[in-house]
Design a protein. Structure first.
Length: 254
């Protein structure tokens, strides 16, 4: 990196982030009071959600829960699973008690043996690029595709499969989550400079959204945290100035 590189500088991108619509959706979301039911601390070896886990914490987990509770998808496919799955299951159980059923399938070849113990989850222990495209094409309007995979572009890998094969064949109205996206900022300074974590999925996503009217930004948590902190805090009360939420939500529009 250039010695003057600063990942905290907000970049100018030719992407319509739909900020007024994001703020309107934030104000409409119900069930915020339910977020206090989950503990801050817990055991990573047990299938119980807690906020201060190493993967899916304040802001991200809160919004996922609220999206499931409010939008009530009939199907969710998770690519990459773990603590996101645990908070999703909590929302799914709440919806079920009110008569709304969600089918949750997790494509997770590597992590968390305890996933098999959760009755609300169907586990596929396979690489996403080995899953037939028809499986994703079966998602309907209002269903969720949750992506949290390797974050790195490599020939023939999961990220390229997701963006070049899966996203184009999704039906209109499918809602997509992509994790660890900090747009319009770079990835975190600590990751890039100190940890040498050279992820690049975010830049593929940004290029994907340039002049692409088939997808619409629905919620960009890192942007909201930096530009509209008070509004996000009202909906996701667990966030703080030190929180770095990185969930990016889209919807297929055509």
């Amino acid at each position: 990196f250039d010695k003057n590189f600063d990942a905290t500088v907000e970049r100018s991108l030719h992407i319509d982030f739909k900020v007024p619509q994001q703020l309107a959706l934030l104000a409409e979301l119900k069930y915020t009071e339910e977020l206090a039911a989950f503990p801050a601390k817990g055991n990573v070896k047990l299938p119980q959600f807690f906020y201060e886990n190493p993967a899916f914490s304040y802001g991200d987990a809160e919004m996922y829960y609220l999206f499931i509770r409010n939008l009530k998808p009939k199907r969710i496919i998770e690519i990459g699973s773990g603590f996101s799955t645990l908070i999703a299951v909590e929302a799914i159980k709440k919806n079920k008690a009110e008569g709304f059923i969600t089918e949750l399938t997790c494509i997770e070849p590597y992590e968390f043996t305890w996933l098999e113990t959760i009755p609300e989850v169907t586990i596929m222990r396979t690489k996403v690029e080995e899953v037939p495209l028809d499986f994703f094409a079966a998602l309907n309007e209002g269903d969720f595709l949750f992506i949290d995979s390797s974050h790195i572009i490599r020939p023939g890998n999961d990220v390229l499969f997701e963006y070049l094969n899966v996203l184009p064949i999704l039906k209109k109205g499918v809602i997509i989550h992509i994790h660890d996206i900090f747009s319009p900022h770079h990835y975190l300074q600590e990751w890039l400079v100190n940890m040498k974590r050279f992820w690049n999925e975010q830049y593929l996503l940004e290029a994907y959204l340039y002049y692409n009217d088939a997808f619409e930004v629905k919620m960009a948590l890192n942007l909201l945290k930096n530009q509209h902190y008070d509004a996000l805090k009202k909906t996701c009360p667990g966030i703080s100035a030190a929180t770095t939420p990185a969930s990016f939500w889209l919807q297929k529009t055509k």
